[in-house]
Design a protein around this ligand. Structure first.
Ligand SMILES: [Zn+2]
Length: 219
């Protein structure tokens, strides 16, 4: 068991333990509806514990709304059943330069504080035999963002999947995001944001990486 001090240190340093999101073995034995029902109950307890009167019309529906939002929206990306189908196609054009998908929306949540992480991802790859539909990259980014996250893990999860389906190491993923747990609590820094970058293959070459960053509109 961690002490309360150790718990705070893990949160403020945003330490993650593995590339895989730590999940229970029985994570998806219950249906979404069962989860919503249980979370509704527990969230009601939290609201009552902080002193709110749940008989008030404005508050009475909040436990259900939060529960549904957790399961169906904010954290839908925990469940592998919701993973987008990453269909790839033969690279018939023989296009072998960099393809960049820029400014992909990131709406995530910090797993240490359950507060929003908002920002964007820039993703590029250099095709070999396979190419992927552009919107699939956006969907994959959204899928991995929609779970309690650590930003370093988010870029790795996106990178690993793209490298696998595209059958090439030549992929780069950059995420720039604001963490509300940094801006609205703790250090309360409103201006800072965090960038994480992971890459493989040809992107190990500084020149290729520079091409990528120089092509970004929002660099
Ligand atoms: Zn946090």
């Amino acid at each position: 068991m961690k002490t309360k001090d150790q718990i705070e240190i893990t949160g403020d340093n945003h330490i993650s333990t593995s590339v895989e999101t730590p999940l229970r073995t029985d994570a998806f034995k219950k249906t979404d509806d069962e989860k919503i029902k249980n979370i509704e109950h527990h969230f009601k307890m939290i609201m009552e514990e902080i002193g709110l009167d749940l008989t008030d019309d404005s508050l009475s529906g909040t436990p259900y709304r939060v529960a549904k939002m957790y399961v169906k929206e904010l954290f839908y990306g925990l469940n592998p059943i919701n993973k987008p189908k990453l269909s790839v196609f033969e690279n018939k054009y023989g296009y072998n330069k960099m393809l960049i998908e820029q400014h992909i929306n990131i709406d995530s949540a910090c797993e240490h504080h359950f507060l929003p992480i908002v920002g964007y991802a820039d993703v590029a790859y250099i095709p070999k035999d396979k190419v992927i539909g552009l919107s699939k990259i956006n969907r994959l980014v959204d899928y991995y963002a929609r779970r309690p996250q650590v930003q370093e893990r988010l870029v790795l999860q996106i990178l690993n999947d793209l490298q696998t389906v595209l059958e090439t190491e030549d992929v780069i993923v950059s995420v720039t995001a604001k963490h509300l747990c940094v801006s609205s609590r703790g250090i309360k820094d409103k201006e800072s944001f965090t960038t994480t970058i992971e890459y493989g293959g040809q992107f190990n070459k500084p020149k290729i990486r520079a091409d990528f960053f120089n092509s970004l509109q929002n660099k």
